[in-house]
Design a protein around this ligand. Structure first.
Ligand code: SAH
Length: 343
């Protein structure tokens, strides 16, 4: 049995031909799946009965089990999904004003071991398939008010650049007008700074948003927080991001978690300014860090967050402050999965 969501429309048409069916039925099935949200071949009323049977023998549509569903006081919803091979992944739904953002995982676990992040604590298991990534989107959409899901961010568990092919394949289906039709500009890939991935992404011809998790302005500090920095140090990373923005004419967002006593002083802000001062299309997104009991890091105080932000504003760096969401439901990356595994 194969996950039908692993096939884009072209490949599905090919499969239909091989089954002796007309390719236009593939388009109809695609529409049942992604436009009408029908998850059972039996209900696809314009597909001939015999073909429905063949499809059900050959493909499955949904493979996850819903293990847990948590809703925060602020409306953030977090779902824990069980895969066919008994792994678990988390996805989050974040309604904010007119936007409803889905936060997607790209891998089961993570290899990169960033010291402030819960995702790497259980190690790395495997990549998610394109079909599984699409299924996260389907579950989130199903759980959203009036099925309204406007934006997607790859900021759940895993490193999307380390699962490049499947992530891009899923995005193409999610983005396509025959598929879920979510605009590329509303889809963000967040990376820990894997330069070859950034370079490759610049040639895809997709208008995706790129976010880079920076979190420190010196190599010494960044390498201690994010071991990946030893392979892709700051100067090369910033250069790759500049080339990305030159080539795609897109802004690059740098994510910066503010951790108490570590990276949130005025000196750190000055370092960040020096790093980005001649990068026109850069934006800094400051994140008050989530407290994770298993890790020793504490969030920076509100006062130091304000001082840090004001310095960047005055230095004419484009900066925003992310509001904390879903703290009461373990919405920090990997937290729910971690708690689930411990119980
Ligand atoms: N591997 C990718 C995507 C997953 S992390 C990346 O590194 O970007 C998604 C975002 O959540 C990153 O910016 C990450 O640094 C941030 N994050 C991880 N742990 C956090 C914590 N404890 N508090 C706040 N943000 C955190």
């Amino acid at each position: 049995m194969q996950d039908i969501k692993d096939l884009d429309l072209k490949n599905l048409e090919r499969e239909f031909l091989a089954l002796g069916a007309k390719p236009y039925h593939a388009r109809q099935v695609f529409s049942w799946l992604y436009k009408r949200g029908v998850w059972d071949f039996n209900y696809m009323s314009d597909i001939p009965q015999a073909l429905r049977g063949k499809l059900a023998d050959r493909f499955y549509i949904l493979g996850f089990k819903l293990l847990k569903h948590l809703e925060s006081r602020d409306g953030t919803r977090k779902i824990l999904l069980g895969t066919k091979d008994n792994n678990s992944i988390e996805s989050v739904l974040i309604p904010a004003n007119s936007r409803v953002t889905g936060c997607l995982s790209s891998q089961v676990g993570c290899k990169y071991g960033c010291s402030f992040c819960a995702s790497g604590m259980l190690g790395f298991k495997r990549n998610l398939t394109a079909g599984e990534i699409i299924e996260e989107v389907i579950y989130l959409k199903d759980n959203a008010l009036e099925n309204r899901l406007t934006h997607l961010v790859f900021m759940g568990t895993g490193e999307p650049m380390d699962n490049y092919e499947n992530v891009i394949k899923a995005i193409r289906i999610i983005n396509s007008s025959a598929g879920l039709n979510i605009g590329a500009r509303r889809i963000t890939i967040s990376t820990n700074g894997i330069i070859p991935g950034i370079e490759r992404l610049s040639s895809e011809g997709l208008q995706l948003e790129l976010s880079v998790s920076l979190h420190a302005a010196t190599d010494e500090l960044r390498s201690s927080l994010m071991p990946v920095n030893k392979s892709y140090p700051l100067s090369e990373l910033i250069q790759a991001c500049k080339e990305y923005s030159l080539k795609t004419h897109r802004q690059v967002t740098f994510e910066y978690i503010l951790i108490k006593g570590l990276n949130s002083s005025l000196r750190d802000a000055e370092g960040l300014f020096r790093l980005l001062k001649d990068f026109k299309l850069a934006k800094v997104n400051l994140i008050p860090s989530n407290h994770i009991p298993e890790l020793e890091f504490e969030p920076a105080s509100k006062n130091s967050v304000d001082i840090f932000k004001d310095y960047l504003v005055k230095s004419r760096i484009n900066v925003t402050l992310r509001k904390e969401r879903g703290e009461d439901i373990n919405a920090a990356c990997g937290q729910l999965r971690l708690n689930y595994a411990k119980n």
